[in-house]
Design a binder for this molecule. Structure first.
Ligand SMILES: Nc1ncnc2c1ncn2[C@@H]1O[C@H](COP(=O)(O)OP(=O)(O)OP(=O)(O)O)[C@@H](O)[C@H]1O
Length: 286
């Protein structure tokens, strides 16, 4: 497999706390992977390890290189964007492009200009004069003008309203992503990214507890709206989660139980990533 990231037994200890505690995972090329976990699960630490920003133990290869010793070469092929709200308020569109052009060898001024030509952005405009939507457009144009093989996004839409968050992901998908690029995204807003992800990774207490392509998630996990008189039969199949709805209905989430068996209990459907996340993080199940 042509993996872009291969991690085996990553450990990062801070004083008494293990931010990464034996995390192992693989990210193939041409995928959009969501790294999802509760606060303090180790998401940012994992990204920092991938970007070569911290020392750690374990085996890690990113685009065939060790980020601890080959960070400079690696950064030619990697683009990292934190929260879009971090652009300084005084910076002009032109200056932001100058800055990224200066620090990233694969930034294309021409591509950047092509992207902003379709927006309300003008080269002399300052960030402080822009609406949030325009800031998103600027950020996206900066990101999309970089021809990186791996794009790492840490909570990229923090602070934006729902319309702009959707716009951000949609444009990323339509105007940037292709089979040669790989995107790794961390976010708490699972519902907004789930339709663009090809793979999902859940991380808890520094360990990867689920790592699967979205199709496999849909085959493995099934949600059943259980008919009232079949509750006991359904519980016997050991759901990983159960929650009550209005009107005496109950939804149960099953892992790896044959679909045919579940259809006898009530209406079945593929669970949303958010429900799967909550069930997986409850503690008893991993
Ligand atoms: N520089 C540091 N010094 C000490 N502890 C740290 C440091 N950075 C992270 N940690 C701890 O390591 C754990 C994992 O942190 P990390 O930032 O990777 O989590 P996260 O999943 O990104 O969380 P969030 O969603 O809240 O951003 C947390 O318990 C955190 O307190």
């Amino acid at each position: 497999m042509n993996a872009v990231v291969t991690a085996q037994g990553l450990v990062k200890a801070y004083k008494n706390k293990r931010a990464l505690d034996g995390a192992s995972f693989q990210i193939p090329a041409g995928r959009i992977v969501g790294l999802i976990g509760p606060n303090g699960a180790g998401k940012t630490t994992a990204l920092k390890a991938i970007l070569g920003l911290i020392p750690f133990e374990g085996d890690l290869k990113v685009l065939g290189r060790d980020p601890r010793t080959q960070r400079d070469e690696l950064m030619n092929d990697v683009c990292f964007i934190a929260d879009v709200a971090v652009l300084p308020r005084w910076i002009r569109v032109r200056e932001a492009a100058d800055f990224v052009e200066g620090v990233h060898p694969r930034f294309s001024r021409e591509r950047f200009e092509r992207f902003i030509a379709n927006t309300q952005l003008r080269p002399e405009m300052k960030v402080k004069e822009m609406s949030k939507g325009m800031i998103v457009q600027l950020h996206l144009a900066l990101v999309m003008a970089i021809d990186a093989r791996l794009l790492v996004l840490d909570e990229p839409t923090l602070g934006l309203d729902i319309l702009y968050r959707k716009q951000f992901y949609q444009r990323l998908l339509e105007d940037y992503f292709d089979e040669e690029k790989t995107i790794l995204i961390t976010t708490h807003q699972v519902e907004e990214v789930e339709h663009i992800l090809t793979d999902v990774m859940f991380i808890r207490d520094g360990k990867v507890v689920l790592d699967a392509p979205m199709e496999a998630v849909g085959e493995r996990y099934v949600e059943v709206l259980v008919d009232g008189h079949k509750l006991e039969a359904a519980r016997a199949l050991k759901p990983i989660d159960e929650r009550a709805l209005a009107f005496g209905k109950t939804v149960m989430l099953f892992d790896g139980v044959p679909q045919q068996q579940l259809r006898e209990l009530g209406e079945t459907r593929i669970p949303g990533l958010a429900d799967l996340f909550v069930a997986t993080m409850k503690g008893t199940y991993a």
